[in-house]
Write a protein that binds this ligand. Structure first.
Ligand SMILES: *Cc1c(COP(=O)(O)O)cnc(C)c1O
Length: 401
């Protein structure tokens, strides 16, 4: 079997001719050979030389590469990860459909499921993945259309057992595998029906594309395309080309970021200002056994909780120098963010608690800087925050959260 690192280099070249770099097909429309040809193209799913919303050769090259990396029959790209998620939910469900969804998930995912779905008569049951058998218990036979999981989950790195999820019978099982990338896990190989990625993150990997992608069986992908072509969350050929360029180096980037994240997480665990560190590569992860079994690499994203709550979180965000304060992850620059104020700001106080996000939670995306330099920056910032606290308690420190 060819390794994923090799597939990342060889896949998605069907349209490239002798060029090594992908070609950008900017054209939004293509000339028809005849009216009969135009009619045939209009009726054919996923044609790449008809009209841009139906398909595009540059986008297809990226889709082919993702399909190969996930071991899928087909993949379908979208203008964003949320575009892909919307297409799954609204393309597969109808009024009266039931969805079982993971409580611990990306903020916008929760907002779509909790805020938008009810308006269309789609009933969503949220389950806590830290409770064994939670997905199975929530399924209503004959009624549950989708089961939506995210593993590892953003931002607390909770894990779902893919074999257990894949063995559920009835609903279409969807896994958001953004944090793992195909280098970390291949959900379809565990019986999952659809894998979803925000390719904006590690796949594109350079903070220069907003893109989503789904992979699965051809029939299911074509069905979803039938909705996507009307939804119009169409992937840009420029972003798809950037992402295909990103996939070429995903193997080394993800391996390096995973190693750095383990080293940073271990250093954080030793710091007195830190209450808890979450990373699938840590022995202290609540599902460390599952992480070892399921994840080929643990990934570059970690989160930790500061003893000083929001004031400490704000001080830390201001004290780091190498790390940049920005949302998103998986790129070359190490990024820190405060989920309660940014990625998960749209959640209610109760939803935040249920997601395990506190005012002191910090998310760190390890980039490609030297590992020791990054540790020095993060630990140095924590030391300065702790020292400042000792001398002069900040005026906001005693304010209610
Ligand atoms: C970022 C992200 C999304 C949304 O992707 P966009 O490309 O921003 O639309 C979905 N799921 C996870 C886990 C993410 O991190």
């Amino acid at each position: 079997m060819v390794a994923r690192e090799t597939i990342a280099i060889t896949a998605g070249r069907n349209d490239a001719g002798s060029a090594l770099a992908p070609a950008i097909w900017a054209s939004s429309t293509f000339q028809m050979a005849s009216l009969a040809d135009g009619r045939a193209q209009a009726m054919r799913p996923r044609t790449t030389r008809f009209y841009g919303r139906h398909g595009n050769p540059s986008v297809r090259a990226f889709e082919d590469a993702v399909a190969a990396l996930e071991g899928a029959e087909a993949a379908l790209a979208f203008a964003s990860g949320m575009g892909a998620l919307c297409a799954v939910v609204l393309g597969l469900c109808r009024q009266g459909s039931h969805i079982v969804a993971q409580r611990q998930a990306y903020g916008a995912t929760t907002q779509l499921l909790a805020g938008v779905c009810p308006r269309f008569g789609i009933d969503v049951t949220f389950v806590d993945v830290t409770v064994a058998g939670a997905f199975a218990a929530a399924i209503r036979p004959g009624e549950t259309m989708l089961v939506l999981a995210e593993t590892p989950a953003n931002p607390r790195l909770d894990l779902v057992d893919l074999d257990e999820l894949g063995s559920l019978v009835g609903p279409i099982k969807v896994v958001d595998s953004t944090l793992a990338t195909p280098m970390g896990q291949q959900p379809l190989q565990h019986g999952i029906d659809l894998v979803l990625h925000s390719a904006t993150k590690a796949m594109a990997g350079h903070n220069d594309a907003v893109l989503g992608v789904l992979a699965g069986e051809r029939e299911l992908i074509e069905w979803i395309w039938g909705f996507a072509v009307l939804q119009g969350a169409t992937a840009s050929p420029y972003d798809a080309t950037n992402a295909l360029r990103g996939l070429r180096t995903l193997g080394v980037r993800f391996r390096q970021q995973s190693a750095t994240a383990v080293a940073v997480a271990e250093a954080l665990e030793r710091h007195p200002a830190v209450v808890e560190v979450r990373h699938p590569g840590l022995a202290s992860h609540p599902r460390a056994d599952l992480a070892r079994r399921q994840l080929r690499l643990p990934g570059g994203l970690l989160s930790f909780e500061l003893a000083g709550g929001l004031p400490a979180g704000e001080a830390f965000m201001g004290a780091v120098q190498l790390c940049l304060a920005a949302t998103s992850f998986g790129g070359p620059e190490s990024l820190v963010t405060h989920p309660a104020s940014t990625t998960h700001a749209g959640l209610s106080a109760e939803e935040l608690v249920q997601s395990g996000i506190t005012p002191g939670t910090i998310r760190l995306s390890c980039g490609l800087e030297d590992t020791e330099d990054l540790i020095a920056d993060v630990i140095g910032a924590l030391d300065r925050v702790a020292a400042a606290d000792d001398i002069r308690p900040s005026p906001t420190a005693s304010a209610p959260d």
